[in-house]
Write a protein that binds this ligand. Structure first.
Ligand SMILES: *[C@@H]1O[C@H](CO)[C@@H](O)[C@H](O)[C@H]1NC(C)=O
Ligand SMILES: *[C@@H]1O[C@H](CO)[C@@H](O)[C@H](O)[C@H]1NC(C)=O
Ligand SMILES: *[C@@H]1O[C@H](CO)[C@@H](O)[C@H](O)[C@H]1NC(C)=O
Ligand SMILES: *[C@@H]1O[C@H](CO)[C@@H](O)[C@H](O)[C@H]1NC(C)=O
Length: 618
C-alpha cells in the first residue's frame, strides 16, 4: 500500500507546473525529423486503450521493383521481372523502402492518434541472402537508424522539463528489441557489453529510458514504463535464448548471458509485483516449442515458463515476431522440469515448413484436457453473475467440471500462459500490422508518457523476498525435479486475485485487429499515371469477429478454449469425403481452417495446402 501512495505521489509531482504548450522542445534533432506542429500544442495524452505491435520490417535498400523474382537468393535485386513496387508478396524477398515509408505514412494517418505505445519486435534490416551484396555492420546500423528516424518523424519528441536530466522522448513510447538479423553475422550475439549493445544504445537512444541505458549496454535488455505506476513493457533480448545463436549456451550456466538475463527478468517481475504493477513481455524470437521445433534453448524455455507461471499475477502477456506467421502458443507449466534441463531431442528444424510447424502445434493442442460440454459457457456466466450456481447441471456434470478445472489449473486456466506471434511487414505473404486493444477501465485519465525514471532496480530490499516458499519447496520434492541452483520465485500470494492475463480487468488484452495490405491488388493500381502510389492497409480480421474463432477477450482461458477447438477432430460423418456427390459438407474443422488462413494473412488458399483439415495427425 505504501508503495502505491509513493507512486501516486511521484506521479503527481511529475505533472509539469508549466502548461504543456509552453514546454520547450528539443532543438537539436539529430536527423531530419520534423516535429509535427500539433505536438507543439499537445495536451497531456490520455490513454486510448490500444497499442501497435509491428514486426519484421526487413527494409532492403537494394530491392529493385521490376527485377526478377526467380533468381533464388538474388531475387528482387537483379534481372528483369515482376517484382512489385511495394514488395513481392508471397516471396522470400525483403521489403523495399517504399513499403516501409508508406507503412509509416499509413500509421501516421490512421493510427497515430489512437495508440498509447508501440511494440516493435525487431529484424529492421534485410536478410543476409545475396552473396553478391554481403551485409556490412554499417548497413545494419544505418538502416536501423533510418527506422528509428521514421518513428521520430511520426511521434516527434520533446523534453520532459521536470524529469531528471531532462530526457528527450518520443511522444508515444516505442519499445524496440534485437532481431536475429539486426547484427552480423546474423544469429550470433555474444555476451554484453559488446559493440552491438553499445551501438544500439545510441541508435535507440530515444526509446530506451535513461535509467535503463546501463542494463541495455550490459545485455541488450531493458524496460519502459508505458503507463507510469501501472504498466511496463519489458524488452527481452531473445538472442540469448535462441537455439541458433552458437555464441552462447542457454540459461543454466551462471556465466551465460541467458542466465543473467533470466535473473534480471525475475528481479524486475518481483519488483513490479511489490509495486502492484504489471508487465508485457516482448522479444523477437518467440518461445515456440513443439515436438518438431524449438526456437529457444530448452533451459531458457524452462525458466521462462517457470517465471511466467510464478509471476502470473504480474504478466499481462507475451508478444513476439520472427516467425512471420500469425499464431499463438501456450506454455504449459506442467512441462517445467527445472533441472530436467536436459535438451529435448528435437533441435531447431530450420527446414521445417511453416505448415508442418502449424500442424505440430495443432497436434499439441489435440492433447489438451478435453472439456466437458458447456464448461466454458458456464465459466463465462459465472464471471458475470457473482453467484456460483451449480444446481442446474446435476451432480455428474458438476464432477466432470471440477475434474476438468483441476486439470487446467482452476477456473482461470492458470496452468498455462500465452505468447502471441504477430505476422510480419515483410511480405512473405501480405504485409501486416496488429493493433491490440486492452482494458483501461479506471485508467482513462492516466498520462502515458514522460515519466519513467523512478523505477529503481537496485532495490536491495528485494533480496529479502526471494526465499522459496514452503509451497515451492514442496513442489520441488517431485523426484523428477532436482534442486536448482538458482532462486525459484514465489508464486502470487494465496489471496491475490487472478492477474490480467487470466481474468478481465484493467490492462487485460481484450482483442486485436489484424491489418493487411493486399499487394496483389495494389500493384495493379501502381502506374496509373499522375498520383504517387499509396499503400492501403485494410482489416483482415478482428478476434471479435463472429464465427468459430471469435474470442470474447484475450485471457488465457479464451486461448485455451480456442486451442482446444482447433485441436479437435472436424465435424460431420466419416464417409462424406470419398463421395463426390455429397453436397460439400466436408469434414472440416472450421476453427483450424480459419487459424491456418489467418496464419498466412489470407494470402494462401488453405484448401491448396497439403494439410489435413479434419483430424490432427498424431
Ligand atoms: C506489378 O506491376 C508491374 C507494372 O505494372 C508489372 O510489370 C508486374 O508484373 C506486376 N507484378 C505482379 C507480381 O503482378
Ligand atoms: C523514405 O522516407 C525518407 C524520409 O523519412 C526519405 O528520405 C526517403 O527518400 C524516402 N524513400 C523513398 C524510397 O520513398
Ligand atoms: C475491464 O475490466 C473491468 C473489471 O475491472 C470490467 O468490468 C470491464 O467490463 C472490462 N472492460 C471491458 C471493455 O471488457
Ligand atoms: C487481393 O487482391 C487480389 C486482386 O484484386 C484478389 O484476387 C484477392 O482475393 C485479394 N486477397 C484478399 C485476401 O483480399
Amino acid at each position: 500500500m505504501q508503495s502505491t501512495v509513493l507512486l501516486l505521489g511521484l506521479f503527481a509531482a511529475s505533472i509539469p507546473a508549466v502548461p504543456l504548450d509552453q514546454q520547450p522542445l528539443v532543438a537539436d534533432l539529430s536527423g531530419d525529423a520534423q516535429i509535427s506542429s500539433e505536438l507543439l500544442g499537445a495536451s497531456p495524452n490520455t490513454l486510448h486503450g490500444r497499442f501497435l505491435h509491428i514486426t519484421d520490417f526487413h527494409p532492403d535498400r537494394y530491392y529493385k521493383a521490376g527485377s526478377a523474382i526467380d533468381e533464388g537468393k538474388r531475387s528482387c535485386h537483379h534481372g528483369k521481372g515482376p517484382a512489385g513496387y511495394f514488395g513481392q508478396e508471397g516471396s522470400e524477398c525483403d521489403s523495399p523502402i517504399t513499403l516501409v515509408n508508406e507503412t509509416f505514412r499509413w500509421i501516421g494517418e490512421n493510427l497515430k492518434d489512437q495508440i498509447d505505445f508501440v511494440v516493435w519486435t525487431g529484424d529492421s534490416v534485410r536478410h543476409d541472402n545475396d552473396e553478391h551484396i554481403p551485409r556490412t555492420d554499417d548497413e545494419i546500423v544505418e538502416v536501423n537508424e533510418f527506422m528509428s528516424q521514421k518513428w521520430l518523424e511520426l511521434f516527434g519528441k520533446r523534453k520532459n522539463p521536470t524529469g531528471p536530466g531532462s530526457i528527450p522522448r518520443v511522444s508515444v513510447p516505442v519499445i524496440p528489441t534485437f532481431g536475429n538479423n539486426d547484427i552480423t553475422p546474423h544469429n550470433i550475439f555474444r555476451a554484453g557489453p559488446n559493440s552491438w549493445t553499445r551501438k544500439f544504445a545510441e541508435v535507440w537512444h530515444h526509446f530506451i529510458p535513461e535509467d535503463q541505458r546501463h542494463s541495455f549496454v550490459e545485455g541488450g535488455w531493458f524496460l519502459s514504463e508505458v503507463i507510469p505506476g501501472k504498466l511496463v513493457v519489458i524488452s527481452l533480448n531473445t538472442m540469448y535464448f535462441f537455439e541458433s545463436n552458437s555464441a552462447v549456451d542457454g540459461c543454466n550456466g551462471k556465466s551465460q548471458p541467458g542466465y543473467e538475463h533470466m535473473e534480471w527478468l525475475r528481479v524486475q517481475l518481483q519488483f513490479l509485483r511489490s509495486r502492484g504493477m504489471k508487465a508485457i513481455l516482448t522479444g523477437h524470437v518467440a518461445p515456440a516449442r513443439s515436438r518438431e521445433k524449438n526456437n529457444w534453448d530448452e533451459t531458457c524455455w524452462q525458466k521462462y515458463t517457470l517465471w511466467t507461471d510464478r509471476y502470473r499475477d504480474v504478466i499481462v502477456g507475451g508478444l513476439y515476431g520472427h516467425m512471420n506467421v500469425d499464431h499463438f502458443m501456450l506454455q504449459d507449466s506442467h512441462d517445467v522440469e527445472i533441472e530436467g534441463a536436459e535438451k529435448t531431442t528435437s533441435g531447431p528444424v530450420t527446414t521445417m515448413s511453416k505448415e508442418d510447424y502449424l500442424v505440430s502445434l495443432r497436434n499439441q493442442w489435440s492433447e489438451l484436457p478435453s472439456p466437458p460440454s458447456g464448461v466454458f459457457e458456464d465459466l463465462t456466466t459465472m464471471d458475470e453473475s457473482t453467484e456460483v450456481g451449480p444446481a442446474k447441471n446435476g451432480k455428474k456434470k458438476g464432477k466432470k467440471r471440477r475434474k476438468y478445472l483441476k486439470k487446467i489449473g482452476g477456473e482461470w486456466a492458470e496452468r498455462y500462459s500465452v505468447s502471441l506471434v504477430s505476422p510480419s511487414v515483410v511480405p512473405n505473404f501480405f504485409p501486416t500490422l496488429r493493433v491490440i486493444e486492452y482494458n483501461i477501465t479506471g485508467l482513462e485519465n492516466s498520462v502515458f508518457e514522460d515519466q519513467f525514471n523512478y523505477l529503481d532496480t537496485d532495490d536491495s530490499s528485494l533480496l529479502a523476498m526471494e526465499e522459496p516458499s514452503p509451497e515451492t519447496q514442496k513442489k520441488k520434492k517431485n523426484k523428477h525435479k532436482k534442486k536448482p541452483d538458482f532462486k525459484i520465485p514465489d508464486g502470487p500470494s494465496r489471496s491475490a486475485p487472478p492477474g490480467p492475463a487470466y481474468s478481465n480487468q484493467p490492462l487485460t488484452f481484450l482483442s486485436w485487429t489484424q491489418y493487411f495490405a493486399n499487394l496483389t491488388q495494389l500493384n495493379h493500381t501502381v502506374g496509373s499515371e499522375g498520383e504517387e502510389p499509396r499503400i492501403k492497409y485494410e482489416i483482415e480480421y478482428s478476434t471479435r469477429d463472429k464465427g468459430v474463432c471469435q474470442m470474447k477477450d484475450l485471457t488465457v482461458r479464451s486461448f485455451l478454449e480456442l486451442a482446444t477447438r482447433i485441436g479437435e477432430d472436424g465435424a460431420v460423418s466419416k464417409d462424406v469425403e470419398s463421395d463426390p456427390t455429397v453436397n460439400k459438407k466436408q469434414k472440416v474443422n472450421e476453427a483450424w481452417r480459419t487459424f491456418l488462413a489467418r496464419a498466412f494473412t489470407g494470402f494462401i488458399d488453405v484448401d491448396d495446402l497439403d494439410v489435413d483439415m479434419e483430424s490432427p495427425v498424431q
